[in-house]
Design a protein around this ligand. Structure first.
Ligand SMILES: Cc1cc2nc3c(=O)[nH]c(=O)nc-3n(C[C@H](O)[C@H](O)[C@H](O)COP(=O)(O)OP(=O)(O)OC[C@H]3O[C@@H](n4cnc5c(N)ncnc54)[C@H](O)[C@@H]3O)c2cc1C
Length: 492
C-alpha cells in the first residue's frame, strides 16, 4: 500500500519496453474505475484494471458507501441545477453539459448491465438544495435493489467486471505514469507482488484512485484540518493526484470536501444519529452553543446568514440528558445506515442503549450539569448558563440565539447528564486533477495531457455544493466518459 507522505512519482520518458500492452489501463476499482473499465471493454478495447489493495480490501469509498446515485429527470434542468449548486465556483460549460448528459443516463446504463435498479425510499427522496434553480430535476436516489449500503453497488460492479473477464491486478499500486518523448501518457508502472512491472496503454490511462482524505499531509495542506476521523476507505491517499501532478496536471477545487458530525469509534468514523430525540446541544470549549444544532446539513455545507459555508470544521461536545440516552443509540449501526469502513470492514459497533460507551468512558456521565462540565474540562458556570438558556428557549418555543427549529426544541432537564466528543467526520475530498468534459486531464497551461483521463472522487465535478447521490452519479458518468474516450483514442 502506498504510504502517506511518499515522494511524488517520477516520470518515465521512454515509451518502449512494456512488459505487456493493452488498449486501456484503468487505475482503481471503485465506481469510477469499474465504470471506465466496463465502458472501454464494451467499446471493444482490451482493458487492464490495476488496484493497489488486495481483493478483500479493494473498492475504496464505493465499497463502503451507500451506493446510491442521484436520479435526475432531464438534461437541461440538471444543467441548471448543477450550475446553481456550484454557486460562486462555476465549472466549465463542457463539464456541466457532459455531467448532465451522462448523469441522467446512469440508471438506464446500470439496468443495461443487468442491475435491479430501484429508488431508495429511506433517504434523499427530495433534494437537499430544493431552494436552488433546477432542483425539480431531482427525482431521488437510485440504488441496486433500492437499498443503501451493505456493499450493494460494489458487489454488483465487481460481478459486471468478472462477467466480462476484465483482468484485475490486485495488491498492485500504480507507482508512476509512463510518458513518451512528447509528454503523452503511454503506460503505467505498477509495484505488484511480482515486483515492478510496466504496462503499456495504447489509448491511455484512466486514473480513478479516489480522494485524498486518508493522506494527513494533503488534508492539512488543502483542507486545513489538523485532525480527521475517516468515514470511508483508509486507502484514499491521493495517489492519483501525485501521479497526475508529476506530469504537469493542473488541479481544481482542492479545498472542497464533505464532513459530517460523527463519532470516533476505534479510529473510524460512525454516523452520529440524533433522530430519536432532541434533548441535546453542541458546545465549543467555551461551553457555549455556536449554531443551530438542527440546521440543514447539505453534505458538508450549511446555508447560514451569510450564504453557504463548509460545516462542520471542528470538533464539539454534545451535551444531552437521560431522555436522549434512552431514546436510541447515538452511533448509527448497520440496521440504521450500513455504510462506512469501520462498520462494514472492521466490525465496529455501538450499543443500543449507549451503555457500553458510558462504561468505556467514551460518553461521560454526571448527576449535575456542573459536575459534567468539570469532568470534561469546561467551565461549570458557563455550561450551566448555556443549558439554562437553551432550556428557557425550549419553554418559550423560540430559540432567539440560533434559530433552532421550534419542533426540535427539547429541554436537557432529566438527570443524569452526558457529554461526548463529536468530530467533523471526513467523508471525502472533491478536488484533484482538472479535467474537461471528455474526462481528459488538463495541464497547467490549459491543454489536455494526451492519453490521461480522470474520473470519480479523484477529480470530482463538485466545486462547491452537491446533493444526495451526486458522487456515485459523477463517478459512473465520468468513468464511462473516460473509458469510452480512451478506447476511442486506442483506435486512432
Ligand atoms: C460512508 C460513505 C457513504 C457514501 N455514500 C454515498 C452515496 O450513497 N451516494 C453517493 O453519491 N456518494 C456516496 N459517498 C461518496 C462516494 O462513495 C465516493 O465519492 C465514490 O464512491 C468514489 O468512487 P471512486 O471510484 O472515485 O473512488 P473509490 O471508490 O474510493 O475507489 C478508488 C480505488 O482506487 C484504488 N487506488 C488508490 N490508489 C491506487 C493506486 N496507486 N494504484 C491502484 N489503485 C489505487 C483504491 O484502493 C480504490 O479501490 C459515500 C462515501 C462514504 C465514505
Amino acid at each position: 500500500m502506498t504510504q502517506t507522505g511518499e515522494a511524488p512519482a517520477t516520470v518515465e520518458s521512454d515509451a518502449s519496453g512494456h512488459d505487456c500492452e493493452y488498449d486501456v489501463i484503468v487505475v482503481g476499482t471503485g465506481a469510477a474505475g469499474s465504470a471506465a473499465a466496463i465502458a472501454a471493454h464494451d467499446a471493444g478495447a482490451s482493458v487492464l484494471l490495476v488496484e493497489k489493495c488486495s481483493e478483500e480490501e479493494a473498492g475504496g469509498n464505493t465499497r463502503v458507501s451507500g451506493g446510491g446515485w442521484a436520479n435526475l429527470g432531464d438534461q437541461e434542468t440538471a444543467t441548471r441545477f448543477l450550475r446553481a449548486v456550484c454557486g460562486d465556483f462555476p465549472v466549465a460549460a463542457d463539464v456541466v453539459d457532459a455531467w448532465a448528459r451522462e448523469v441522467v443516463a446512469n440508471s438506464d446504463w446500470m439496468r443495461s448491465l443487468g442491475a435491479d435498479v430501484a429508488q431508495c425510499l429511506q433517504f434523499h427522496t427530495k433534494p437537499e438544495y430544493e431552494d436552488h434553480e433546477g432542483s425539480e430535476c431531482y427525482l431521488g436516489m437510485d440504488a441496486v435493489g433500492g437499498a443503501l449500503g451493505n456493499f450493494g453497488l460494489h458487489d454488483f460492479l465487481r460481478s459486471a467486471l468478472a462477467e466480462r473477464d476484465i483482468p484485475v491486478l490486485w495488491s498492485s499500486p500504480a507507482s508512476r505514469l509512463v510518458t513518451d518523448g512528447a509528454g503523452a501518457v503511454v503506460g503505467v508502472r505498477v509495484a505488484g507482488p511480482d515486483g515492478d512491472r510496466r504496462y503499456g496503454a495504447r489509448g491511455g490511462v484512466v486514473l480513478a484512485t479516489g480522494g485524498f482524505q486518508a493522506n494527513a499531509q494533503m488534508v492539512r495542506d488543502y483542507l486545513r484540518l489538523t485532525t480527521t476521523t475517516l468515514w470511508g476507505s483508509p486507502h484514499s491517499t491521493g495517489d492519483g493526484h501525485k501521479l497526475a501532478q508529476a506530469i504537469g496536471a493542473d488541479l481544481w477545487h482542492m479545498d472542497n470536501m464533505m464532513t459530517h458530525r460523527g463519532l470516533d469509534v476505534g479510529g473510524h468514523g460512525m454516523f452520529l444519529s440524533v433522530y430519536a430525540a432532541d434533548n441535546y446541544i453542541f458546545v465549543n470549549r467555551d461551553a457555549r452553543r455556536f449554531r443551530s444544532e438542527t440546521i440543514a446539513a447539505r453534505h458538508g455545507h450549511v446555508i447560514d446568514g451569510h450564504g453557504t459555508e463548509l460545516n462542520p470544521l471542528h470538533p464539539a461536545l454534545m451535551v444531552f440528558d437521560e431522555q436522549m440516552r434512552v431514546a436510541g443509540p447515538l452511533g448509527a449501526g448497520r440496521d440504521m445506515l450500513p455504510v462506512g469502513w469501520g462498520l462494514l470492514m472492521e466490525g465496529v459497533t455501538w450499543s443500543v442503549d449507549n451503555s457500553a460507551e458510558i462504561e468505556s468512558g467514551v460518553i461521560r456521565r454526571a448527576d449535575t450539569i456542573a459536575e459534567l462540565a468539570t469532568l470534561v474540562g469546561l467551565d461549570p458556570e458557563a455550561l450551566e448558563a448555556t443549558v439554562a438558556g437553551y432550556n428557557s428557549a425550549c419553554a418559550a418555543g423560540r430559540d432567539d440565539a440560533f434559530g433552532r427549529s421550534p419542533a426540535k426544541l427539547a429541554p436537557i432537564d432529566e438527570a443524569p447528564f452526558y457529554a461526548i466528543e463529536v468530530e467533523p467526520m471526513l467523508g471525502w475530498s472533491n478536488g484533484g486533477p482538472r479535467r474537461d468534459g471528455r474526462a481528459r486531464v488538463m495541464n497547467v497551461w490549459g491543454s489536455a495531457i494526451p492519453g490521461l483521463y480522470a474520473a470519480g472522487e479523484l477529480s470530482s465535478t463538485y466545486s462547491w455544493g452537491k446533493d444526495g447521490g451526486f458522487h456515485i452519479a459523477d463517478a459512473l458518468a465520468f468513468g464511462r466518459i473516460a473509458g469510452r474516450e480512451a478506447a476511442d483514442h486506442a483506435r486512432r
